[in-house]
Structures are given as C-alpha cells and as structure tokens.
Design a binder for this molecule. Structure first.
Ligand code: PLP
Length: 385
C-alpha cells in the first residue's frame, strides 16, 4: 500500500488517538530508518526510548529468532528459563529484590501502585506535577495533567500531586502514605531532571513514615542517561522501580523490580498478566540487557551525550538545553512542532516535540560520533527553516 492508501485506511478504520507524521517506515538498522521510497533517516527518538541499542540489534534479533521457533508462550502457570534468568539478572543489576513482569510501562505503574497499596492498606500515593506514568486508570490517576485526566473522570482516588521540590515532598508524606512515585528524570514533560535534594527529601520522608519510594525508570532506565539505571547517578536508592520501553530491545515487556523490603508483598492471586514475561520477549530483553551493560557502551553514552549537549547549545534558536546522557531536550524561541516536522520531512532527522517550544532528543546509545554531528547539522537545517 502507498502512504496515501495507508492514510485512507487510517481515516476509515483506525481510532484517531494518534497524530501520525506522514511517513511510512519499512526498515531499520542501528540509528537509521528507511521509508517506503528508500529514503534514509537518522533516528534521534528511538521509538520514544525503546530501540536504545539501535534498530534490529543483531544479538536481539538472533535471540528472538532462536526462541520464537522453539517456544512462544506458555502463560505464567509454568516455568520458562528466559523469564527466570531475566528476573535474576534484573534483580542483581539493581535493587536486589524480586521482579514482576508485565507488558508495558503503564502496566508496570499499575503493578507498583498495587504493591504499594497492599503494603499499606488504603494508603495515598504521592506524585509530582509534570509526571507521566501511563494511560491506564491507575497510571493515569498518577499522572497529574489536566488535559490527559479530565476527559476520563472519575479517576482512581487516593493520589496527591505536589511540586517536585524538597519541602513539598517532605510535607506531603505521612503515616497514611503508601508510596511516593516519581520519575527521577521526567520524560514526557520535556526531560526535567529532579534534583538530588528533591529525591533525598523524598527518601528521608518515606523512611520516616514507612512509605515506599518508587522510581519510574520506564523512560530514563536501560542506560539512557549513561548508567544502567538513572537512580545510580542521583544519590538515592528507591524501594522499587518500574522499567519498560527499552527493556525488550524493541519488543513489549515491562517489569516492576523491588528491593528486599517489598519483595514478598504480592502473593499468588494478587496480580497477573497472561503474556507477561513470555519466553520470546524475555529472551529479547536478556540480549538487550547484556548489550546495554557491556563496556564501553555506557561510558560512550556519557561522553557522546556531552558532545550532543554542547553541539545543541551552539544551534540557532536554542535557548537552553537540559538532560543527562542521551536523554536531552532543548528549549527554543520558535515553535517546536514546526521544527520537528521540518526535521523529519526536509532533513530526515527524527526528534519530537514535548511542548510548544521543547524538542526532545533520545538517540540510540550505540550511536556513532559522526552520526551525532550529522544529527546536529540536520537539526540546524530544520531550525534555520
Ligand atoms: N512511565 C514513563 C516515565 C513513560 O515515559 C511512559 C511512556 O512514555 C510510561 C510510564 C508508560 O509506558 P507505556 O506507554 O509503555 O504504557
């Protein structure tokens, strides 16, 4: 089908919940994508922080091919080795407790909220303004954004939003608080790094009142900021965290990972999901995690992230740049959606707008130095119009 035909099918048959750009992609490799006419694009978005190790990484492809022909699904009523190995690896690489698998970031938020509420029955969940934890009802209730919540009221009760500041968080937590749920680096709000002081205040308040501190690392985890998990750079260790997006190397899988204190809160029958942690996605995730955690990848993310940040600061119409590693945003003095469209259609560079003047960049962690420079040149072209 041609792009025009796809658009016609969309108009007649697809619920209009996405505003798609007029491009059809047919192939991907590393940091590059190709459209249906053979044009090559540089991908500085990674499917919104999913293809962190590049499109179709050969080790992920090999792991999937091997597993998909052997066993695709059994449900969680039985054991499969990929799921057990992945849980062990995730736990050992992070909080040392136990893992619950699911299929997406929103589902990981749901699991985290359920776990926190079971640990402290009836307890509130404290979240911060600007947060994004997903679009299912629990996750949406934890996402204090009027435009996303209002059409879908009534929401799940028991969520309270405060400013992402030390005093606000310290004052919001008491003995009725089940959890503080935060992204250490907010993604959808336009890459806002919570300060170490803010996270330390949340940690102290949770410790004082016996609440769970839960980090949403769905977007900022899996190496995106130059360490495997963002919390490693922030001086605070959460009691649990959620992961998804890049975990499956391009396939859908999410996880809730606990530390030891919360490891045994959920019992058989409390929570579940038919597909969760299936052997194919678990095999893909094991391969993706191995690639991500191998030297010198994360060091390169920090180094090339600095290069990208410095380059962005030199571009016309860029007012400021923020972020960590390969999770960056720039504030412009011109409308971001137009720049993003020009970048895609005229420069063949993929980035996205998270606000009227904010462009977000999430390039692959495996990107080459020359591709960083190429991306900067293409963005400059889009900014110059
Ligand atoms: N949490 C964060 C921080 C996210 O960025 C997202 C998605 O963008 C989600 C949760 C929801 O993930 P999903 O779209 O896989 O449900």
């Amino acid at each position: 089908m041609s792009l025009a035909e796809l658009q016609e099918v969309e108009r007649s048959s697809v619920i209009a919940s996405y505003a798609r750009q007029p491009v059809e992609f047919v192939r991907g490799e590393g940091a590059r994508l190709w459209d249906d006419e053979g044009n090559e694009y540089l991908d500085f978005l990674c499917g919104i922080s999913v293809t962190n190790i590049g499109h179709c990484h050969p080790r992920v492809v090999a792991a999937v091919r091997e597993q998909v022909g052997r066993l695709m699904h059994t449900s969680n009523l039985y054991y499969t080795e990929p799921a057990m190995r992945l849980a062990q690896r995730l736990s050992q690489s992070s909080l040392g407790g136990k893992v619950f698998f699911c299929n997406s970031g929103a589902e990981a938020s749901e699991a985290a909220i359920k776990l926190a509420r079971k640990a402290r029955a009836g307890g509130d969940v404290v979240v911060v303004y600007g947060a994004f934890h997903g679009r299912t009802y629990g996750a949406l209730s934890a996402t204090p954004q009027e435009s996303k919540q209002a059409p879908f009221a009534p929401l799940v009760p028991g969520f309270r939003a405060v400013a992402a500041e030390p005093d606000a968080l310290a004052g919001a937590v008491d003995e009725r608080t089940a959890a503080v749920l935060v992204e250490p680096i907010q993604g959808e709000s336009g890459v806002h790094v919570l300060s170490n002081d803010t996270l330390a205040a949340a940690r102290a308040a949770c410790d004082e009142h016996g609440a769970a501190l839960i980090f949403d690392e769905v977007q900022c985890g899996m190496g995106r900021t130059g360490t495997l998990w963002a919390y490693e750079q922030m001086g605070v260790r959460p009691d649990a965290m959620t992961v998804a997006k890049a975990l499956g190397g391009g396939l859908p899988i999410g996880a809730l990972i606990t530390g030891e204190r919360l490891a045994d809160v959920l019992a058989p029958g409390d929570h579940g999901s038919t597909f969760a942690g299936g052997p194919v996605v678990a095999a893909a995730a094991l391969a993706a995690l191995e690639v991500t955690d191998e030297q010198p990848l994360l060091g390169r993310v920090r180094e090339l992230g600095q290069r990208l940040m410095a380059g962005l600061r030199e571009l016309p119409h860029v007012v400021s740049v923020r972020g960590r590693g390969m999770m960056l945003a720039c504030e412009l003095d011109v409308p971001a959606p137009e720049v993003v469209r020009r970048a895609l259609l005229a420069q063949r560079l993929i980035v996205n707008a998270t606000g009227p003047t904010t462009v977000r960049l999430l390039p692959p962690l495996t990107i080459e130095r020359e591709q960083i420079d190429d991306g900067l040149a293409r963005l400059a072209g889009a900014l110059e119009g």
